[in-house]
Design a protein around this ligand. Structure first.
Ligand code: ZN
Ligand code: ZN
Length: 373
């Protein structure tokens, strides 16, 4: 009986700021203006605006429905009523105790129309997709390269556990929206054409919640810590957004859930760098190894050293590819790109000094000849 009781207590004309002689057109105009101002989309997180929006919607739900409007005016005429200023008489209005059978009968007769609509509530619910969520995840270089299955802990909107997402207080039922007859859409006739637009009263849900769930205030969602298991593919890059379809906020009225976006932060590695699917590594070699050529051992990401053969005359800064030792995904494998760094010693043993001096004394053509011509 909540909706009906509200009729006695609330002045819907005052709520919409119109005279009680207002035409349907004036009522709709006033409603649209107020609904725009207090719409939850325009006031995210503002519960006062949300309450105001619900109040406006409830007022419009009644005044915009010809039958309900008429019944409401009858109820008002029945005054005195506590809620209506200026109607005079005793404060407090009617007594709504359950034992008041006389009034119950009266209301029963007056509101049969409203009751019959309740039956259609479930069939007219408009599904709405849940929102997308974003979470950040810091990965080690190795985990990013090899792929990872992990558990994300997020505090996010999830289906309300009190009302299982219906938005209605447990034990109560949402009723079909009177404005759209529970369809969630209204027809907008323009000449020959008829367009369906989301119902402004129920915002396309097709239902009106009389008694909102106390946990979620009728939204059907609540913020709760939540664990999500995620499997990240091999080769995730720093800053990459991974989309996990259907792992976001739950949908409403049977709508699909949103997506979860995981923003990956990849920690740098002590040795390796990344170039797409390839790994990069800088390897110091001695002057002798560069000049004479050598087979050296270089580390790989899987922990096992791999051999790299340098030919005689290897240049500083030259790049050498080791196939298949990069990032290995299910479809392909990157390479390990080794950049050679020739180390010039700053201190020499006597033997080394003697050897280098012997090299210097050899009849080596100047590498700077082209600069002096
Ligand atoms: Zn709830
Ligand atoms: Zn509706």
């Amino acid at each position: 009986m909540t909706a009906q009781r509200e009729w006695f207590e609330k002045d819907y004309y005052k709520i919409l700021g119109v005279a009680d002689t207002a035409t349907p057109k004036e009522i709709t105009k006033a409603y649209r203006k107020l609904a725009r101002e207090s719409h939850p989309d325009a006031n995210p997180g503002n519960s006062a605006a949300e309450d105001r929006f619900k109040e406006i919607s409830a007022a419009y739900d009644v005044l915009n429905d010809e039958a309900k409007h008429k019944e409401y005016d009858e109820v008002r005429k029945m005054g005195p009523m506590g809620g209506f200023g200026g109607s005079g008489g005793q404060p407090g209005g009617y007594n709504f105790n359950a034992g008041d059978a006389g009034l119950g009968d009266l209301l029963g007769q007056m509101f049969t129309g409203g009751r019959q609509r309740r039956g259609g509530a479930a069939s007219g619910v408009g599904p709405r997709r849940g929102g997308d969520l974003e979470a950040s995840l810091t990965l080690t270089f190795e985990d990013a390269a090899k792929g990872l299955t992990t558990t994300l802990h997020l505090t996010a909107d999830t289906q309300c556990s009190t009302c299982n997402g219906s938005g209605a207080k447990p034990g109560t039922m949402p009723h079909a929206c009177g404005n759209c007859g529970g369809r969630g859409v209204v027809d907008d006739n323009q000449g020959f054409f008829s367009f369906s637009t989301p119902c402004p009263v129920c915002q396309g849900s097709g239902t009106i919640i009389d008694t909102p769930c106390p946990t979620c205030r009728g939204t059907g969602v609540e913020r709760r810590p939540r664990e999500v298991n995620v499997r990240l593919p091999a080769g995730v890059a720093d800053g990459q957004r991974i989309r996990l379809k259907g792992r976001g906020a739950p949908g409403r009225n049977g709508g699909p859930p949103g997506d979860l976006f995981v923003v990956c932060k990849v920690a740098p590695h002590r040795l390796f760098g990344r170039d797409g699917k390839n790994l990069t590594l800088k390897v110091p070699v001695t002057f002798a190894e560069a000049v004479l050529g050598a087979t050296i051992q270089v580390p790989s990401l899987d922990g096992l050293p791999v051999s790299l053969r340098l030919k005689p005359g290897t240049q500083p800064g030259s790049r050498h590819r080791i196939k298949g030792k990069g990032i290995i995904s299910s479809s392909d494998a990157g390479d390990l790109i080794v950049t050679v760094d020739v180390v010039v010693p700053t201190t020499l043993s006597d033997d080394e000094r003697a050897a280098v001096e012997q090299l210097a004394a050899a009849d080596t053509p100047s590498p700077r000849q082209h600069l002096s011509d």
